[in-house]
Design a protein around this ligand. Structure first.
Ligand code: N01
Length: 540
């Protein structure tokens, strides 16, 4: 055995990240298995995504009664959400409540950004370093770093010359940003930009939205929850859990088992109208074939394009907003509160940067290729994330024989079940690439992963195993399966999607999340465990 460095803090398990995943993983390993665990968190508080994403309008688009832990009935009964979609601050309060309720804070090291993690094969331990120079080691290393936590700030020339202020939505100042009387430019029209624009426009003197890819959006129809609904959700928690575990996307509603071609155009219109009026992600559950049949998808896409033209009064602006080049829901479908209506405001302008790309940032604003300088006081980068692999790769993880994860994943992420990579023993990735993760209601995906990892470590301990890692063959088969599952859908047709890594220059184009459905994935993971962890090598 190699002794750990003298100044290292030694544990049974290290967890990186104090969001939904890391908090539950800490609870499971410490309180259920009795392990010595340290959670390392870069921020100064818990919350992960909800700690960093404090931009105006930040709100979850899973419904609140489903965007919660379901592992504890007591927790479910004692926490009451106030709105249909919880806003960022409310989720942050919830996660702080969970942290205190399960007494997790004492085992979290805040302000600890992991900058290196090396596997020491002789000792069978992970040696971890933080930006502050602290050293830790443990047998198990579990990354709970989220799929969307590495901010993507595009490399636009001239940003350093800009005289105004600029912020990325995923690194929003805790004290907030005052837009009053300011000329604001916002780059990006993904879920974030679509949430932020209506709120920014309320106080800014002027908001210029720089749109590269027009996007679909469904009204959220957010509202305070009625007392009756709050009671219903608590009384029916067990049934809701069952529904969420049975559906492909982990949401508390089933996908209708009918084709868009099974109904008349009039019936279809009425079905879409009902979905539009009800609001939310359930719109895409109207028909079972929206994500696999282009003609079926077109019916939904046309309905939404028409809605955009109905809502937006200026025909030229409406045309730009409705000029969507990918099938509906092949990029993550946003939901909104007054997004398209925002373009009817006098103080809001849409700039099409597909037609005239951003050339540079000047001292006074953003210059586009048509020679126009859009004069701005504040730039908001709603430009998304280096998704899924970004947060893992920036930790500089090295496995057996010094193999860098960055090298192992040079051509794209390669995992078995999104849980482990070959050559990286005892390293688990919660909602890693190759798992349903972002295609699922996240807490559902997270609970399944955390519980699987916990059961796996418990099994290893009871059978005297010290190491687990997947075989290269199991990884090959899983990667092929993820690709097949993606190719069976329309999802890869959105060529600029972050699901494919296409939003980051130079990133390999690989479909990263597993699109085979959460319910099927859950069964696969359970079967693997029951069959002696088939595809993994366990060693003493
Ligand atoms: O990021 P995005 P996001 N010049 O990558 C544009 C989750 N989320 O933060 O499409 C000009 O989707 C880019 O254009 P294009 C959710 O999973 C959840 O909005 O690449 N434009 C795009 O319009 C979501 O999917 C919630 O052509 C540039 C935008 O920036 C994920 O986070 C809320 C550009 C980025 O869109 C990411 O969403 C918010 C450039 N150089 C987010 N670079 C809730 O649950 C990028 N863009 C509530």
């Amino acid at each position: 055995m190699t002794a750990p460095p003298a100044d290292a803090h030694s544990f049974d398990a290290l967890i990186v990240g104090a969001g939904f995943s890391g908090l539950y993983q800490l609870h499971c390993l410490r309180d259920r298995l009795g392990l010595r665990v340290q959670l390392l968190e870069a921020g100064d508080g818990v919350g992960g995504t909800w700690y960093w994403n404090r931009y105006p309008g930040a709100r979850c688009d899973s419904e609140s009664h489903s965007y919660a832990y379901y592992f504890s009935d007591e927790l479910l009964q004692e926490w009451t959400w106030s709105e249909r979609y919880p806003e960022q601050l409310e989720i942050l309060r919830y996660l702080n409540h969970v942290t205190d309720r399960f007494d997790l804070r004492r085992d979290i090291r805040f302000g600890a950004r992991v900058t290196a993690a090396d596997y020491d094969a002789a000792a069978n331990r992970w040696q971890v370093r933080t930006a502050a120079g602290e050293r830790y080691d443990a047998k198990f290393l579990i990354t709970a770093v989220g799929c969307l936590s590495a901010a993507n700030i595009p490399d636009i020339p001239g940003l350093d010359q800009f005289a105004g202020a600029w912020h990325h939505t995923g690194r929003w100042p805790h004290q907030g940003v005052d837009f009053t009387g300011k000329r604001v430019g916002m780059i990006g029209t993904g879920s974030t930009g679509i949430q932020a624009a209506p709120v920014i426009a309320q106080t800014a003197a002027h908001l210029t939205v720089f749109q590269r890819t027009a996007n679909y959006s469904i009204p959220a129809r957010n509202a305070p929850l009625t007392e009756e609904f709050k009671r219903w959700a608590k009384e029916n928690a067990a049934e809701l859990r069952q529904v969420m575990h049975a559906t492909p996307n982990g949401h508390p509603f089933a996908i209708c088992d009918r084709s868009a071609h099974d109904v008349t155009p009039e019936e279809r219109q009425a079905i879409y109208q009902a979905g539009w009026d009800k609001g939310g992600l359930q719109f895409r559950a109207a028909f079972r074939d929206l994500l696999i049949d282009k003609a079926a998808n077109d019916t939904a896409a046309d309905f939404i394009r028409q809605k955009i033209r109905d809502v937006v009064k200026d025909p030229a602006t409406a045309a730009k907003l409705a000029d969507i080049d990918h099938p509906f829901a092949t990029k993550r479908p946003p939901i909104d509160t007054g997004y398209f209506e925002t373009f009817n405001r006098e103080n809001v302008t849409l700039v099409d940067v597909r037609a005239a790309p951003i050339e540079c940032i000047t001292r006074d604003g953003i210059e586009t290729r048509d020679g126009i300088e859009h004069r701005l006081d504040i730039i908001v980068f709603a430009t998304g994330f280096d998704a899924m692999t970004g947060p893992l790769l920036r930790m500089n993880i090295r496995g057996r024989d010094g193999l860098a994860l960055r090298e192992a994943w040079q051509a794209g992420p390669r995992t078995y079940l999104g849980l482990q990579a070959a050559g990286f023993p005892n390293l688990f990735t919660i909602t890693g690439p190759g798992s349903p993760s972002v295609l699922c209601n996240m807490p559902v995906a997270i609970e399944q992963h955390v519980e699987w990892i916990t059961a796996c470590i418990a099994d290893m301990r009871s059978h005297g195993f010290e190491r687990i890692e997947p075989t290269p063959e199991a990884v090959d088969r899983w990667v092929a399966h993820v690709n097949e599952a993606a190719n069976a859908t329309l999802l890869p047709q959105a060529k600029h999607s972050w699901y494919l890594g296409a939003n980051i220059p130079g990133k390999p184009r690989v479909f990263m999340p597993y699109p085979g459905g959460m319910a099927r994935y859950r069964e696969t993971c359970a079967a693997v465990a029951v069959n002696g962890y088939a595809g993994f090598v366990l060693s003493v």
